[in-house]
Design a protein around this ligand. Structure first.
Ligand SMILES: [Zn+2]
Length: 431
């Protein structure tokens, strides 16, 4: 099940509690709710002697969504899970909009201004703002979870395949490819090397198989230099022929060139690695091949949070996920800082957003609204509020957006913190 995070009076993280136990503590007034998302309670006493089991925070960084899982290594229990949706695209769009506004401003017929476009320096380690936002949000969540759970180690998926293993495989080959860890690493390596498409027809939209350039029946080796990727159609059409006989002599030459190491790690993941190293916790790194192998062998479906739970060689033999409901976190940013808003054509014609507080609420606050039966919108709604100056606001619940809920019916659940929260779907019980 999904557990409740617990901290003591001095905010020292304790072992997460069963929801039933948390309810008892809350009903007996021995604890209070500290945060709703993620649900965290604070004890009203100090527990100096507590020595909670250490937990491992596991991260599978993605460009749009990052999977996060907190795993108890000794029992294999997934304690807490989340999927963090980044706002990289939103950042890019906002910057493009700002650029367009500036461009039009500078094109207007005004006094002469010297050119100032080529006088900028970028500091070392600079990343585009959209990537920077991804790193910052992941770091924020690592920090937050460290403050509410006894996390002693981090696992991070850093690379798509094991470079050392592939260098060996280029020379001596890997035995028994399908289904083993080496097999998964080889597949990831080949996907990278052959650009994620069929080497023969170039198809990208169908499953790809590992294919022997000189077929095994004709004593082709298992070396990576004899392997490529092919779709089922090309694989069957080629049959027992070599790539050259099949009409593709260049493929053999291409296969002999090993993939450069640099291609295996992307810059954002490296940057994330360095930032997480700076936290001072033991940091384990894993490959994408191993994540996939771990997950497939444990018969777990593909989701971002389960990928996270399967990162690295520390993954427990059995991973228990029964009843775990991932928290879906969406980075939304806070407020609008635009000093000049534009119309649909991009022409600046509006003042900055005026008041952002209505009835004590801001856009992004999580609220619970109880609308009385006398109103057409009667009912109970819980979700993220979007403020309207009239006081008649929108609430985005798990099922959709409800318009026209007045702030006087709202009670705050949690103040806006730059993220929107919904509950994910629980998976069917494990077989
Ligand atoms: Zn093909």
């Amino acid at each position: 099940m999904s557990v409740v995070l617990v901290v003591d009076q001095e905010r020292k993280p304790l072992a997460p509690a069963h929801p039933g136990r948390a309810r008892l503590l809350l009903n007996a007034a021995k604890a209070a709710v500290l945060r709703r998302y993620p649900f965290t309670i604070i004890l009203k006493t100090v527990v100096p002697a507590a020595q909670p089991d250490s937990l491992r925070l596991k991260i599978d960084p993605g460009s749009k969504t990052t999977g996060i899982a907190v795993v108890h290594d000794a029992t294999g229990q997934v304690v807490w899970a989340a999927e963090l949706a980044h706002r990289g695209q939103q950042v890019t769009e906002r910057l493009a909009q700002r650029r367009a506004c500036r461009r039009s401003r500078r094109q207007r017929h005004t006094r002469y201004r010297p050119a100032r476009f080529a006088n900028r320096r970028r500091r070392g380690g600079w990343l585009p703002p959209s990537l920077e936002s991804r790193l910052a949000t992941v770091r924020t969540w690592v920090e937050r979870l460290r403050h509410s759970a006894p996390i002693d180690a981090i696992s991070l998926e850093l690379v798509t395949f094991d470079t050392q293993l592939m260098q060996d495989a280029e020379i001596s080959g890997v035995e028994d490819q399908q289904g083993t860890l080496a097999g998964y690493e080889v597949k990831e390596y080949l996907l990278e090397k052959w650009g994620r498409k069929c080497a023969y027809c170039g198809a990208t939209d169908r499953p790809l198989q590992v294919e022997h350039i000189a077929p095994r029946v004709r004593h082709g080796s298992d070396r990576v230099s004899n392997l490529t990727l092919a779709c089922t159609t090309c694989n069957q059409a080629k049959g027992k022929r070599t790539a050259e006989e099949f009409g593709y002599p260049q493929i053999q030459a291409q296969a002999r060139v090993p993939l450069r190491d640099a291609a295996a790690v992307n810059a954002t993941r490296w940057a994330l690695f360095h930032r997480l190293s700076a936290l001072g916790l033991p940091l384990e790194t894993g490959t994408g091949g191993r994540t996939k192998w771990n997950r497939t062998r444990r018969d777990l479906p593909k989701t971002h949070w389960l990928d996270a739970a399967c990162v690295g060689s520390s993954t427990p033999e059995t991973v228990t996920i029964a009843g775990v409901v991932p928290l879906l976190i969406r980075a939304t940013g806070r407020h609008s800082r635009q000093m000049c808003r534009t119309n649909a054509a991009g022409f600046p014609d509006k003042a900055p957003k005026a008041t952002s507080v209505v009835g004590g609420f801001r856009t992004g606050d999580m609220v619970r609204a109880v609308v009385p039966s006398t109103s057409a919108k009667a009912g109970v709604y819980a979700g993220r509020i979007a403020i309207r100056a009239s006081g008649s606001c929108n609430i985005t619940t798990a099922t959709g957006t409800v318009q026209g809920i007045h702030v006087r019916y709202c009670q705050p659940l949690q103040r806006g913190d730059g993220y929107a929260y919904t509950k994910g779907a629980a998976l069917p019980p494990q077989a």
